[in-house]
Ligand binder design. Sequence first.
Ligand SMILES: N[C@@H](CCC(=O)N[C@@H](CS)C(=O)NCC(=O)O)C(=O)O
Length: 245
Amino acid sequence: MGEWTLYQYPGDQGLPSLSPPCAKVYLALRLSGLRHRVQDIGAENVKRYSPTGRVPALRLPSGKIVVDSIRILDTLEAVEGLAQPLSPREPAARAADRLWEHFANDTLYWCAVVGRWMVPANCRRVACFMGGQSWLRQRLVEVIGSRAVGGRAKGQGTGLKEYDEVVADWERHLRVVVDGLGAGPYLGGREQPGRGDLAMAGLLAQVGWRDSTPRLQAALAEHPALRAHTRRVFEACEAPAPDWV
Ligand SMILES: N[C@@H](CCC(=O)N[C@@H](CS)C(=O)NCC(=O)O)C(=O)O
């Protein structure tokens, strides 16, 4: 079988990608055992690789491009003979796993987006890294990034809330995830990681990156079980986890 190519926003300091859904797909590819390569792209050339302008985008061996991490994992799951299944076989466990994936993708994700892009001090830290050496580029990332990403977060709803409320939501969501781990090692008390675990690890690994979202980081630090879970998922995927995890 030919090669699969993941187009993603780059990572930093051991984080596979600064985009949570890209990190999830990266982990899924590792777990699947499929021969793949990762190509970092930037916002300025994303349209060349992804028809929607969003990442992750996956190029299949046939040349077809699939965009959106949920659709990408559906595509990977349809491949015969994966080294490890990406989700449970039993229907109720499978449904629960999918709900965890959506909880990470569609709920926790937006708290992290707001924390990173809509809190001016945090956004400045992110822009300092993403803008490189040039002060002008840093300012552009800060202004354009916060406007574009913040606009999406407002459209989704989380970006309309006060940050105190977002942090309170985040804390509540984390407690739900801790309860979901139960006796662990993986969500739903399962013995094997599923798509929900990959999504959760891809997201929670972001928190701690360059101390860019201190309040979300402090809330996560209250739950060592979640850090341990993220480490476990990276290990299961034979992917090095960032030092802060
Ligand atoms: N729900 C989508 C989210 C895709 C998405 O919004 N990705 C962001 C990066 S995390 C992106 O491509 N943003 C492009 C932009 O901001 O212009 C997925 O799971 O793939």
